[in-house]
Design a binder for this molecule. Structure first.
Ligand SMILES: CC(C)(COP(=O)(O)OP(=O)(O)OC[C@H]1O[C@@H](n2cnc3c(N)ncnc32)[C@H](O)[C@@H]1OP(=O)(O)O)[C@@H](O)C(=O)NCCC(=O)NCCS
Length: 428
């Protein structure tokens, strides 16, 4: 009973994490979580559950012994059990973000610190099965979606000489899959049904089917058509600010070309001829790219097509307008950073790229797995890492980019529809 009175800060002090900054709201979450604490401890830490969830999450069986051992250490320590329950309860059961930093647990758990987060992440398995069952999503799709946990374990093993675990920074993202979210893995990619966070407005010509995107207003661009970031000194170059206007008959604004750049000129579209097909708050398939490489244009196309079919079959009322994504993968300059024959520039040719606000290190974590990117110490193990380091050493600006692919254009994948049609549209 004594443990049930312990505060979060006491537990953190007991496990040598006393410097972690937590707020009174965190203590409130903690005390509410502990009220629900099961007398026998969290069942997701039992041996049977660890074995079963490892299999559900498609984690390599060779990692099982290490995880069982970590589970035993956690089960034997009241503080770890309480902390595991707290994260499970706050993130997965209540769907609430964890706003304080996650303890690194290096002092208390050594090389098993990452396994703590991996084992807590396993606890989302029954919740995701139940959430998907209620939504009518087949169990195989749930199992595929749980491969995200395997991907995170693979990242950790890559960063920690093959030791199983999960980065705390990745762990907290997992709540986005739960509590009624329609966020599934279909083939190589993941799609989250949600409203579009914005970036551009896209219009389709009602006669020709051609597409053009216009920038949102008041965006500051460089002369090259990239979004300026005032925190990045390299962006302190001449530029211009976008405008957008709409009346009964016309929309007018700065065009964005599918190669991912905004133009400092005006395009006026007659609303009788041009229909808005994508704008902020439209229903979209927000795409995410799980780790693992092997993203050939063919695999990408198949996954997108299967994703569209999935939503048509299981969520016919949702009618998403587009597949969208903001990521380092859609940096319009990526072709200059990668070796000849790389997959990403080929994939990009079929998509409508557009510029977005980006720091100069955004997305590098997924490649170098460093808390704070450091070019001197960044690993150079793979050709991707080496080519990006070479690119940065040339003084090039690293950035992320946005993309959309209208669902109605999915059958045109492979034809570079947007790029081949845009000149005609701009010259009309
Ligand atoms: C984006 C991604 C799918 C592209 O894969 P791809 O172009 O098909 O890459 P390939 O499988 O052809 O691999 C090419 C090289 O890159 C390496 N590589 C692939 N993904 C890597 C990664 N995340 N980190 C470091 N190196 C990576 C491969 O090991 C290979 O190196 P090698 O030539 O030395 O053997 C891949 O980089 C990936 O899985 N990234 C992690 C997920 C991610 O970044 N998501 C987006 C978050 S915003």
């Amino acid at each position: 009973m004594q443990n049930f009175l312990k505060s979060l800060s006491t537990v953190l002090t007991d496990i040598c994490e006393k410097d972690l900054k937590i707020e009174s709201t965190d203590e409130k979450f903690w005390s509410d979580a502990i009220k629900d604490y099961p007398p026998a401890g969290p069942d997701f830490l039992t041996e049977d559950k660890i074995r079963s969830y490892r299999e559900y999450c498609s984690i390599d069986p060779v990692d099982e012994a290490f995880l069982l051992e970590a589970g035993k250490i956690i089960r034997e320590n009241e503080n770890f059990k309480l902390l595991a329950w707290y994260f499970y309860w706050r993130l997965f059961q209540k769907g609430e973000a964890v706003t304080h930093p996650c303890p690194q647990l290096k002092n208390a758990l050594g090389e098993r610190s990452g396994a703590f987060y991996l084992l807590v992440s396993f606890s989302m398995t029954p919740l995701l099965l139940e959430s998907h069952r209620k939504l009518g999503i087949p169990e195989q799709t749930t199992r595929d979606t749980l491969k995200e946990i395997r991907g995170y374990n693979d990242n950790y093993k890559r960063g920690f000489k093959n030791i199983p675990g999960m980065y705390a920074s990745q762990f907290t993202w997992l709540r986005t899959y739960l509590n009624g979210s329609i966020f599934v893995r279909i083939g190589r990619l993941e799609f989250w049904l949600r409203t579009y966070y914005g970036g551009v407005r896209a219009y389709r010509n009602v006669d020709t089917g051609k597409v053009i995107a216009l920038s949102e207003p008041n965006v500051e661009f460089t002369d090259e058509g990239h979004v300026k970031n005032k925190n990045v000194p390299m962006d302190n170059v001449p530029g211009w600010i976008s405008t957008f206007s709409e009346d009964e008959n016309y929309v007018s604004g700065n065009p964005v070309i599918p190669e991912g750049r905004a133009l400092n000129r005006k395009t006026r579209l007659d609303k009788k001829e041009w229909k808005c097909v994508l704008e902020k708050d439209a229903c979209v398939m927000d795409m995410h790219i799980p780790p693992g490489g092997g993203l050939t244009p063919e695999i990408f196309t198949q996954s997108v097509k299967d994703g569209v079919s999935f939503f048509r079959k299981y969520f016919p009322q949702s009618e998403p307008m587009a597949v969208v994504c903001h990521s380092w993968l859609f940096n319009p300059d990526i072709g200059e950073a990668l070796p000849a024959g790389a997959h990403l520039p080929e994939i990009q040719k079929d998509l409508y790229l557009y510029p977005i606000m980006s720091g100069n290190e955004d997305g590098l974590w997924f490649i170098f797995l460093q808390d704070k990117f450091n070019i001197e110490t960044a690993p150079r193990d793979t050709s991707l890492q080496r080519s990006i380091i070479g690119y940065l050493q040339k003084g090039r600006r690293w950035r992320c980019g946005g993309m959309f692919l209208l669902v109605e254009d999915v059958d045109s994948l492979g034809k570079q529809k947007y790029r081949s049609e845009i000149q005609g549209v701009l010259n009309d």
